[in-house]
Design a protein. Sequence first.
Length: 186
Amino acid sequence: MKKIYSLESDVTNFCSFIEIYPPNIGSIIGRSMRQNWQPFDRDNISIALKLRKNEEGKKNFKFDISGALAPFFVISEHAHDALEDILSPRGQIFPVISESKKKKFFGYYPTNPLSGCFDKEKSKYREAEHGLIVERPVLIDKNVSDAYLFSIEESIRWVFVTDKFKQRVEEAGLLAFDFSWEIPTS
């Protein structure tokens, strides 16, 4: 049995990005959710980012992931290079515009939802107009067929990673990945 985590970033000790977007376009969070894990048209995607202070009030670019715009993630060039073999087959990578003069960042949007993994009986969720709002997921371990990173069809918010993904992040020395939220399985 593998361990599964929610893909998150540490915003207490590290900074993150917020988006600067024109009101007539809408946020990348909303646009990502409306995509429902389907790929974006690459010609119509432009993301401008602004650095947000961490909870200690510090502001710097010393991080490799920002999950503040989930299910759209921002990763550093270092994270991209270290995890590209995992990320590319499972989603889209986009250029983004940031204030950083020295460090390059990319956007990442997963496009690989799995079916049959969501344990509806044991999870906490509510039904909404456009699907389920999953508050506390429980996954069916034997149905998780991806060894690294995946989402589930039932939720447009959750992105999951496995202990193999965590190991790759740790081996590469990537900063700001938060693996504290382990997802229960049945």
